[in-house]
Design a protein. Structure first.
Length: 82
């Protein structure tokens, strides 16, 4: 099983902080990552959407256009400049 931070575009970023905690019985996650002196972070419910937001931030910070992972039945898309 692959973990989200080992897949593009997050694979070039280093985790500098990650913490799980519970709010109202729901599992939450805080993640901060750095690359080339830049920092991105996300916080919220521990769901795939959190990692999607981090991927979008990584692409925006890098200023590049990369294909996003495509789930079965969805159309491919790209995020970022390009």
């Amino acid at each position: 099983m692959k973990v989200p931070w080992t897949e593009k575009p997050l694979d070039g970023w280093a985790i500098v902080g990650m913490n799980h905690y519970h709010v109202g019985g729901k599992r939450h996650l805080f993640v901060a990552m750095t690359k080339d002196g830049r920092c991105i972070h996300e916080e919220g419910c521990d769901e795939e959407a959190l990692w999607c937001r981090l991927r979008e931030k990584a692409v925006t910070e890098a200023g590049e256009c990369v294909p996003l992972p495509v789930k079965q039945g969805e159309k491919p898309g790209k995020v970022g400049k390009g």
